[in-house]
Structures are given as C-alpha cells and as structure tokens.
Design a protein around this ligand. Structure first.
Ligand code: KIV
Ligand code: ZN
Length: 535
C-alpha cells in the first residue's frame, strides 16, 4: 500500500473555496428504515413512500434487500418499474445468489445500483463470519466483480467499518475499487463512533487508498449514541461525497442518520460546509408526515426540523424577539421545510381539483379512483364538520392508501351501548366476500374492548393488543379520531389504522385493517426474512 497524501479534487474539503460540493443523498428509508421495529410497510405503502422520496429529490433510493423475502423482491421490482428520477438500489450480501436476485429485481430501473456488503471488523470476522482478513478481501472482490458483471453502478459497504482496523479497511477498499466498485460506503453499523473519529477515518481513506479517486466515499451512520447526524456531517467535512440516511431517522435500533436534519444542517450552515444537495426542502415535512402515517411511528413533538414544535416559540421573550425580527430566534424558515402557512383549508363547497391540489401540497398524489374515493369521503365528512383541516384530509387519504392489499373483511354496520355499571354490548356486522356476518357481544371493560371481542369472534383471528392509541386528527370536538392499534398474532406484530368521528368506529376500522394484514401477510410469513445482521 503506497501512502499518497493527495486528496482527489471532487472529494476535498473545500474550506477556503467558495464553490459548493454537491453531496449525494442516498435514502435507505425503504431498506434500513423498514428494518426498524414496527416500521414494516406493505407494497402499496412502499410505492407511496418511494414516489414521495422521488419528489423530494433523493439521488439514490435503496428500495430493499431482494433476497430477504418475496415481499422485498416485489417492492424493489415495482419501484424499479414505476419510479423515475433517482437511482434505484438493491442490497445484496457478497454471494452470487443475493447479487443475481438483486439484479433480477432491478431489471426495469432506468438507473440501477447494486449495493454489496460484507463485514470487515475483527469482531464480525471472528464471531460472525469466521473468516480471515485474506478471505474477506477475496469474498469482497468476488462480490463486487459479480455485481459489476451485471451493472456499472456498484456500491461496496464494509459493514462495521467504523470498528475495523484502519490498515485493513484501506486494503479492503482498495481491492473493492480495483474490482470495479464506484461507491465505497463506510458504515458505523453499531453507532459507536464519534465525529472526530469519523473525520479521521474518512481522511485516512482519502489519503491512503491509492485508487480512491475512482470512487465516491459514502458514510452510513447509526444513532445508538445520538451522533448519527454529527458523524455524517464530520464525514462530509473530511471529504465524503454521499450520505446514507432515512426520513425521520428511522432504522435498526436507535435508527439511522436523519435525512431532514443532515440536509438542513448543510443548507443552514452552508458557509461552514460549502455543500449543497438536490433535496427540495419544502417537501421534508410532507414526506415526514407521510411516513409517520404509514408506519405509525410518530416523531416526538420537539424533533428537529419536522416535529410539531420545531418552530413554535412559547416564551414571551422569544415571541417578542420574533416580532421584532425573526432572525433573533429563527435559524430556518418553517416554509423552507414545508410547514404549511395555514392549516384551515377546505369546506363542503370545495371541488375535486381543490382537494387534489391540497393533497399534492401535503405530499400525496391523488388521481383516478383514489381521488374519487377520497373526494366522496371528504364530502360526507364536510356534511358533518363545517371546516376541514389538513389533518382531516391526511387522515382520509391515509385511510384510503394504507388499506391492505386485500380488503378481506370490511365494516357494514355496528351499534354499541355502554354506561356506568353496565356490561358493554356491541352489535357488529361485517362483510366477507359476498357474505355478511353478524355477532352481538356482551362482554369487556368498555365499548372499545367489546368491539375487539366482536371482531375476533366474527373473523376468528385471535390477537393480543400491544398498543392502542387514539389521536385527534385536527382540533375541535367534531375532529376525526384516528385510532392506531398494534396487535400480536402468532408471535408477529401487525398494525392497523382507522379514522372516523366516532372512536368506536375508528377502533373497529383499525382492528379490521390489522386483521386484513394478518390474513394477507400470513402466507408470505412462512418464507422467512434475512436481515443484514444474518450475513
Ligand atoms: O449498518 C450497516 O452496516 C448497513 C449496511 C448493510 C450498509 O446497513
Ligand atoms: Zn445500517
């Protein structure tokens, strides 16, 4: 290994230079993000997120890990066939089966990338892979070569790079580039490193790997110590040209680097970083909310950039300062990240076009049948409520798009009676195919509990309720109530969501949503799923 100290121009930290480096944003919400507990999505949901990510302007979209399950394969294939704009990427371990499967899924992509990974740290070599350093290099080279035989755009990740001996990491990287990798990713797989260490690591690679100018250096940071964004920014300052991140920072354990935070840090402190991205920042809040709705993984109110309080000034001194000049306490404008200026939107006289327009601003493309269904529900709701807010519109759209692939069971009608000292009663009728089923249940602690019993009795699907949340979609007594349930069935967790001005109805809808997922997803469950940690 020679030891040149020349840093390639495109990757040099340009402190004294006024030209801006464009940093590639590699989004892995649909792959690493989807691995977060409770973050799984069905195909329809993944396609919605993929479209939103494309509108957001990400450079690369990691759509899944095709060998992991038939569902992952299908998602990468559908996203490749329908999403235009970003490079579509599929993950694979360094073996022929994984790589060929990834390539098969990427066939219809206009621009495809195969992302191969192999662990390099001593801990992973010794305990997980039981391979020597030489064997690792050989496997990495073979993997990259196989991927290159399919596709020009190949990324190699040295899993657990942040804990890998630097001399060995340099050798692996050099070999992977020689084999044809065009992007080299440096993951902090376990979220262990610190900004200084990350900076030094990237700089070492840039200074010591002789062929480094033939690849883009990338960072991929996990947030176990809450340092993922800081570490990614340090990597960029050292000269990395790509950041791997997820919307809302979702991902394994504590999550990944948050896309919205890292992008806004670079934009807000451009004089410091001398970088730019292609992200349409006004789309950040809509994408964040879309993901929250789809996964049920809410962000905390004080979450940077996209939390509901991110721009709320409560203290009198701050409010006074803001009135005199916004720059006293505001470093970013809420509209730059996509907070709507006004929340009050539509009423019963609004038409289909206005609804579609507002939906677009909120991050949803409503067309054809979807637009018609949401419009009809919107009219019904407008008869009940005088004014409709963004939250109402989002709740209606979400109910429409988050429906399971098959509406196996649906609600026909229900009635409840409950009161102090009375056992609650639910009379429920559900539709299944052409048939209707009715049960009257007098059981439970209250009407919600009774509704759970009734749904279980009719569908025959027994569940344990793990989480039950009711949230008002907007303000006011007539607000839509959104119910999210997480239920366990045969050791597997399923989510369901329902929306109505009647909370018992929302609960039944949410339960049915979960039951339908159980019925549709049960069949693929038996085929198993591989995660990068199994590699
Ligand atoms: O965290 C990690 O190391 C990964 C790799 C597969 C890139 O997600
Ligand atoms: Zn990861």
């Amino acid at each position: 290994m020679t030891n040149p100290t020349i840093i390639p121009e495109t990757q040099t930290a340009t402190k004294a230079n006024s030209t801006l480096r464009t940093i590639k944003i590699f989004d892995t919400t649909l792959r690493d993000g989807e691995q977060s507990p409770g973050g799984s999505m069905n195909l329809t949901e993944k396609l919605k997120v993929a479209q939103a990510l494309s509108d957001l302007g990400v450079d690369v979209m990691e759509a899944g890990f095709p060998i992991a399950s038939p569902g992952d394969f299908e998602a990468v294939r559908e996203i490749s066939a329908t999403i235009r704009g970003p490079i579509i990427c599929g993950l694979a371990r360094c073996n022929d089966g994984d790589i060929d499967r990834a390539w098969e899924a990427l066939q219809k992509a206009h621009q495809a990338r195969i992302h191969v990974f192999l662990a390099t740290s001593a801990i992973h070599r010794e305990f997980k892979l039981r391979m020597s350093q030489e064997e690792i290099i050989e496997r990495a080279v073979k993997g990259v070569q196989r991927a290159v035989s399919h596709c020009d755009d190949v990324e190699f990740s040295a899993e657990d790079a942040a804990r890998t001996e630097i001399d060995f990491l340099c050798r692996v990287v050099e070999a992977a580039i020689d084999a044809g990798a065009t992007t080299i990713n440096v993951p902090d797989t376990v979220g262990y490193t610190t900004p200084n260490e990350m900076y030094e690591r990237i700089l070492s690679l840039l200074n010591r790997v002789p062929n480094i100018d033939k690849a883009v250096l990338s960072c991929h940071c996990h947030d176990d110590l809450g340092l993922a964004v800081a570490n990614s920014l340090a990597a960029v300052q050292a000269g990395a040209g790509q950041i791997e991140c997820t919307i809302n920072g979702i991902g394994e354990r504590a999550g990944n680097c948050s896309l919205e935070e890292v992008v806004m840090a670079m934009r807000t402190r451009q004089e410091l970083f001398h970088t730019q991205t292609r992200i349409v920042t006004e789309r950040l809040v809509p994408v964040s909310r879309l993901l929250c709705k789809i996964t049920g993984l809410d962000v905390q109110r004080n979450k940077a950039i996209v939390g509901r309080n991110a721009f709320a000034h409560e203290s009198g001194i701050h409010q006074d300062g803001m009135l005199k000049d916004r720059s006293t306490y505001e470093i970013m404008r809420p509209e730059d990240v996509g907070f709507a200026k006004t929340d009050l939107v539509l009423g019963k006289h609004s038409g289909r076009a206005a609804l579609a327009d507002r939906a677009r601003e909120l991050g949803y493309q409503l067309t054809g049948e979807n637009l018609q269904t949401v419009f009809e529900q919107f009219k019904t709701l407008a008869d009940k409520k005088k004014e409709l807010y963004d939250g109402d519109i989002v709740a209606l759209i979400q109910q429409q798009i988050s429906g399971p692939t098959q509406r196996v069971w649906s609600l026909v009608s229900f009635s409840v009676s409950s009161g102090s000292g009375k056992t609650p009663t639910v009379d429920l009728t559900l539709q299944h195919g052409d048939e209707q089923f009715n049960e009257r249940v007098e059981q439970g602690d209250g009407p919600i509990d009774a509704a759970f019993w009734a749904v279980e009795k009719i569908t025959g699907i027994k569940v344990v309720c793990k989480d039950f949340r009711v949230r008002s979609a907007t303000i006011g007594r007539d607000a839509l109530g959104e119910v999210t349930v997480e239920v366990e069935h045969e050791g597997q967790l399923y989510r369901g969501m329902g929306t109505s001005t009647d909370t018992v109805e929302s609960t039944i809808q949410a339960m049915l949503n979960a039951v339908n997922r159980i019925v549709t997803e049960k069949t693929v469950r038996s085929q198993g799923r591989v995660t990068p940690q199994d590699a």
